[in-house]
Ligand binder design. Sequence first.
Ligand code: NOJ
Length: 715
Amino acid sequence: MDNIMNSPAYKAAREKAQELLKKLTLTEKIGQLSQFGNSIYSSEEKIYEDHFREGKVGSFLTLRGAEKTNKIQSDLLEMQRTPIPAIFADDVIHGYRTTFPTPIAQSCSWDPELTERCDAAAAKEAYAAGLKWTFGPMVDIARDPRWGRIMEGFGEDTYLCSQFAAAAVRGFQDNGKTPLLACMKHYAAYGACVGGRDYNTADVSLETLHEVYLPPFKAGIDAGAATVMSAFNDVNGVPATANHYLLTDVLRGQFGFKGFVVSDAGAVGELIAHGFAADPKDAVCKAFSAGVDMIMAGDMFNDNIPALLEEGKLKMEDIDRSVLPILTLKYLTGLFEEPYVDPDGEKIFFCEEHLALAREAGTQCAVLLENNGILPLKNVKSIALTGPLTHPCGQAHLLGGWCGIADPSRTVTIEDGLRAAIPDANINVIPGATFVHMDKEDIDAIASDAAGSDVIIAVVGEENGMAGEAGSKADLDLCGSQEDLILALCDTGRPVICLVSAGRPLVLSKIKDKVAALLNIWQPGTEAGNAVADLLTGKVNPSGHLTTTFPYTVGQVPIYYNHPSTGRPASGRWRFESKYMDCPIEPLYPFGYGLSYTSFEYSEISLSSDSIAADGELKVSLTVTNTGDQDGAAVVQLYVRDLVASRVRPVKELKGFKKVFLEKGASTRVVISLPAANLAFVNSDLEWVVEPGQFKLWIADNSADERFEFDFEVT
Ligand code: NOJ
């Protein structure tokens, strides 16, 4: 696949980098491996002047904006002995100023191209602000919604996440035109943190590591990802940031990665707290020798690498090997030719095109979980709007985590969206609901006020700080008294439409059957209110499908659809089987689930053959008909199960999907290809193999749908 890392421009950039490298002093080389945050520049002691003069700075993080980055860049270039522009990096996770839905939400669109478009737009805004590098996409598989960083990734499924990983890389890097270099993170198995507790240990078998956690990284690298970030956690006892097997043997050796690795913030120093390094010098030696090229952030490389070279623990060729890709990428992004950006470029922030995309994305990512027919709203005269997210603070929370660069005051609130969409309705906004405990009298007061309207809309969920980094939670219920509020609203007898905005799957079992409709809007971003109003009024038909399992209770966690087969599956026939005594074995909503205002029928399903060779391909064709009375999009999902194998296989695995838009009454023929190579798994010798044998295949609307089951064989 053509991408910036295998382009002729890359080759030319590398040649220039090789020439420059020959001219650098040791200090300048190590400087290229060192990233600094805000503190170096704003420091009273002006240490930056020394650092700039000596060439001890290669990159900055979280310094942004055309004016600011231009100023820093010009100071740096003027002071350095050998002028080498710095590369400015930041966390552009779901938009820069215009904020798009969070990545977990985006994955629910089942439309990787949507992510490519959102990230391309984000890249343009970030590029205008002087950035050339983002710390994204996060491609950690997350099977545990207690882990707050589940919001930053693309869900629990490896196949789906891999498609989104590649799309995000393409979007950010724009094939080299105005590239925001991508950084695949967090390498690796960060999402496997035990107990869903951030920064915690990950203990995964090598088979699972290779089969479940690593493929999205490989997919991003194949799409040309320029950089990778090493994770905080240890993987089977070796910190990812000092893991030679992961960073060198697998990443460079097996995956052919040619870019550079940056450590996560402070992760090199944390090798000491891990008990894996004795002191800063030892930590630098271990991280660098394992394959970390650039340190985020600070002077640890500047301070310790010279001594490590003198002691013979590191070699100059190791340093050169790390500096080369950094210089290459600086040439490739055009930094040497044009180290500054035109401040006028920032006019692109919140441009109409980006706002329209944010609105579209908001509608494509929401998942309709319940609907008794109340939606789409028709001829509604009066609406009571309540819940903590209707307050002004909702403007920030509806953006989700990692929106530090966004502007919450630009967020379209749910109220504003509804007023614009249904101008004739009387909207009664009822304050008083909070994310924390509320007294019964206050809840009752809200409910009795709400009872005066035809329909109640309750916007509940999480504050944005409750998910994201360090946002782990042990309880997944709606926090505070939100559940009581919803139940009290339901008791009024008025239909309650509950909108859930959160960074993770929440436990919704107590309200599921009480509300008239349940729409998981995630954290939709700048155009939240407009997108939600489009969905509620039926201007856009919901088509999002879950990419993480929604548990019935937190006690089921970790719960994911593609779990290995047990010898005692739950059948309900006797006691001694794999189940819980006190809650269902099934989740509340399965992976792949999502409702629509219309209905779809799958018919005339046929397989191109009932047997394929291990290097062959199966084609599954079907007719999809929109049998309802609204236009809408179906997400056709293809799952397989390998019936007998040399390792226990998952009960079901997603291996293909297609999202199709159909006008009401329309039909189309859909073909999904299943290359036998996609049936490969990692055997006990850590080799990817396609083993011959019998497989089951399902064409389904979600991972629990077994209406259309087929058999085929791999020979
Ligand atoms: C720490 C986070 O783990 C990482 O994802 C982020 O990119 C860096 N901080 C920089 O903000």
